[in-house]
Design a protein around this ligand. Structure first.
Ligand code: SF4
Ligand code: SF4
Length: 96
């Protein structure tokens, strides 16, 4: 599971910091800078890919373990709308 050590985040060390590398790199928008001016993690969207932990300059984000089940469930959830669009497009092509 992804963990945030807020005390290490440069945003908590400097109010001038505009770091949002973790937010930008996240492929599922599971992490976003919240109203507290710190990253907020939406665990239901996090696929534990580790991209944010790799890009964070202060090691404020850490990942305990890769959760393969969660990763594939969320990936599946993300792909379903794509398949529906492709299917509707194919149906459309068959009708015209
Ligand atoms: S581990 Fe991956 S999916 Fe989860 S918040 Fe970080 S970048 Fe996003
Ligand atoms: S990348 Fe690291 S330092 Fe930057 S906002 Fe995210 S957690 Fe904070």
């Amino acid at each position: 599971m992804l963990q945030l050590n807020a005390g290490l985040c440069v945003r908590s060390l400097s109010v001038e910091s505009e770091c949002n590398k973790c937010e930008l790199v996240c492929p599922t928008t599971a992490i976003a800078i919240g109203e507290s001016n710190l990253p907020a993690i939406n665990f239901s969207e996090c696929v534990t890919c580790g991209a944010c932990t790799a890009i964070c300059p202060s090691e404020a984000l850490t990942l305990d373990e890769f959760d393969a089940t969660n990763f594939f469930l969320i990936l599946l959830k993300m792909m379903i709308p794509f398949y529906l669009v492709v299917k509707m497009f194919l149906v459309f092509l068959l009708l015209v």
